[in-house]
Design a protein around this ligand. Structure first.
Ligand code: AP5
Length: 219
């Protein structure tokens, strides 16, 4: 299956996708992770993307689309993908449809993780991620066993540069004014499924799994 996870910043897309991709045996492709890797490796793409990300803005469509479609062509994505953070604009959604269509594939469902803005702000300001593999923690809801250290790979945890100050508000504004239009796009294709993301991580995991199984059963 090719599944899209749509949700505001902090809704839990990355947290859930990491677990779900293992359960479903499909590749987790997160545009934000791809950008952060490119920035860490100081590639040309990373240098271009950094200024937009630090400022809380979307990276331009042409850069983002090329990066993600290139990733989708890799053999590890042949079994299906769980897309997290892409598409974020209608132009990206259309480019994804075209790209999949060229290889006789399609988006099977687009899941919207709904979480109220006040909760999103709380989650983002408490988020820490690991330097080695970007595993996600939260000082309140999902703390590591040893403060500042990743449970999984022992690497140091850090706070993302765009999880501070004004960039958080700016990113949420962009989501609710721009990315939100994707809901109509996928509703129009009868692919939209809404899941309440304002429960515990474990409960949301169960609800997502049920939603995906139900959707798969309709095909
Ligand atoms: P990206 O990395 O995608 O960041 P984001 O959209 O800002 O999304 P987040 O990673 O912040 O949220 P999430 O939903 O994954 O939440 P998480 O699981 O971490 O993008 C970064 C930047 O790259 C963008 O701003 C943009 O500049 C650029 N970019 C990326 N894609 C792009 C695109 N397609 N087009 C253009 N530009 C693009 O959870 C958040 C916190 O909450 C964690 O601490 C977690 O532990 C906690 N938590 C999770 N679930 C729960 C729960 N149920 N209860 C309590 N706490 C929870």
């Amino acid at each position: 299956m090719n599944i899209i996870l749509i949700g505001a910043q902090g809704s839990g897309k990355g947290t859930q996708a990491e677990k779900l991709s293992t359960t479903l045996n499909i590749r987790h492709v997160a545009s934000g992770d791809l950008f952060r890797k490119a920035i860490g490796d100081q590639t040309e793409l990373g240098l271009k993307a950094k200024k937009y990300i630090d400022d809380g803005k979307l990276v331009p469509d042409e850069i983002t689309i090329a990066m993600v479609l290139d990733r989708l062509q890799s053999p590890e994505c042949a079994n299906g993908v769980l897309l997290d953070g892409f598409p974020r604009t209608i132009a990206q959604a259309q480019a994804l449809d075209r790209g999949l269509n060229e290889v006789n594939k399609l988006v099977d469902c687009a899941i919207y993780l709904e979480v109220p803005r006040a909760e999103l702000l709380k989650r983002l300001s408490g988020r820490y991620i690991c330097k080695a593999h970007q595993h996600v923690y939260n000082i309140e809801s999902n703390p590591p066993q040893v403060p500042g250290i990743c449970d999984i790979d022992g690497s140091e945890l850090y706070q993302r540069s765009d999880d501070r100050g004004e960039a958080i508000q700016k990113r949420l504004d962009i989501f609710f004014s721009e990315t939100i239009h994707l809901l109509d796009y996928y509703e129009g294709q009868q692919k939209l499924v809404k899941v309440n993301g304002n429960h515990s991580i474990e409960q949301v995991q169960k609800d997502l799994t049920i939603a995906i199984i139900e959707r798969a059963g309709q095909h």
